[in-house]
Design a protein around this ligand. Sequence first.
Ligand code: NAP
Ligand code: MG
Length: 501
Amino acid sequence: MSEMPRPQDASYKMLINGKFVDASNGATRKSYCPANGEFLASFPDATKEDVDAAVKAAWAAFDSWKKVSVTEKQAILTKIADVIDANKETLAMIESLDNGKPIRETMTVDIPLSSDHFRYFAGVIRGEEGQASIIDDTAQGLFGNNLSIILREPIGVVGQIIPWNFPFAMAAWKIAPVLAAGDCTVIKPSSTTSLSLLHLAKLIAPLLPPGVVNVITGRGSTTGQFMLDHPDFRKLAFTGSTEVGYSVADAAAKKLIPSTLELGGKSANIFFPDCNWAKAIEGVHLGILFNQGQVCCAGSRVFVHEDIYDKFVAELVASFKKVNVNVPWENTTQMGSQVDEGQLQKILSYVEIGKQEGAKVAVGGARATGNGLEKGAFMQPTLLVDVNNKMRVAQEEIFGPVAVVIKFKTEEEVIALANDSEYGLGGAVWTQDINRAFRVARGIETGRVWVNQYNDLPAHTPFGGYKKSGIGRETHKVILDHYTQMKNIFINFEEKAIGLY
Ligand code: NAP
Ligand code: MG
């Protein structure tokens, strides 16, 4: 095992009202690198009072922030993108060390995708326009000569809670549209992976008026719960498990405010005999090994047509064995560490559940060891075969580099199997037949279907779930609707009274 680099500070503070602060009671938590268990940095464990101070600061900032011109917001969003790009290496290494994901992913995906997110919203807000219509026929013409103007206005102070699998990218997905919409935010990262957002806070604080973005840290069950219980949010936005998603929706309903939820998934990755073979084999890897399989839209159910099943699975097994599982900071690492030992244990327990259900381990199935990896939470790339779609391993989210492989005969059958899931987030179909691709894509009940690719998530495509995978969409300008409310100004131009009274 090579020596771990240390780009990050040894302790971080929260950003509240433009100031870097400790928790009001001084409590801290620690973050460790899951690849070797080494201490990385400490950060505040926020109290109820801290959450309250952040919400108050956000409301105080809102009055002037909501009036900031679109050109000025564009300039600020662009500067944030620039500062992320300028600090790409540092941010990528912090993210890789804190989360365990390989540096080649954070350098090419997590960090550049995030700066692009700010750039996308910087651009898109210049094209946002309201609507106007002439309405002359109300009440049989009695109230004619009207102009209706529809505008979108900021919603106020938003509470945002994000998970540990893409800590930096999820922060960008949340903060960029909030700023674009003219809202202010109190955002909490997962206590497992708080460092990259805390580092971002240091970079962007000089670019923003105090209180517009407040970053608070702490555990979900305490700090997160204080946020859900706080009466003064106008909207909640959450990415994480379906289980906690229920609590967020519940908290929002009790306050009568909207919530957007990006939750779990069990997505189908479907392979027909006429697929582009090399791309398709890679597509399984992209679907289940990218980010160690800790991806909400992971291609965790691999459906393979019976005509190619044996050859396809044999090639997958051979290629999974060649994947370079290693420490996240090495450039040659293809798969890094799971986020922590607890997550690794959960993944391993699902392999056992699969075996008890009658599935066979075709490759992997155990923790990855050797060359010092036993110090970390490393998992072997794993395929379970002889699986049917009713098994728990085919229905429940494993959130690791473990795909189940299921054989199918017909297009109708595979669409039905894909839809036999409580989730509806992503999925893909691999075929050279455009008609079949379109039929299957339309048949699958999910918010995103890729054709001949997997896990590409650019800023200008809407992403979100059907069924228990969530409510609302993120990325794409459509999210500005979720962070604004509609104002209708209705003007009458008649000079004379109607004469009704
Ligand atoms: P999680 O346990 O639901 O945690 C998500 C966030 O909620 C974390 O910040 C967590 O804080 C916080 N939290 C936990 N309990 C809370 C409570 N009672 N009140 C308020 N906040 C609370 O999910 P996770 O384990 O971090 O992430 C994995 C899950 O997220 C998977 O199911 C995955 O599919 C889903 N996910 C979905 C998407 C999507 O876009 N659809 C994207 C990424 C992940 P702590 O971590 O500090 O406890
Ligand atoms: Mg950590």
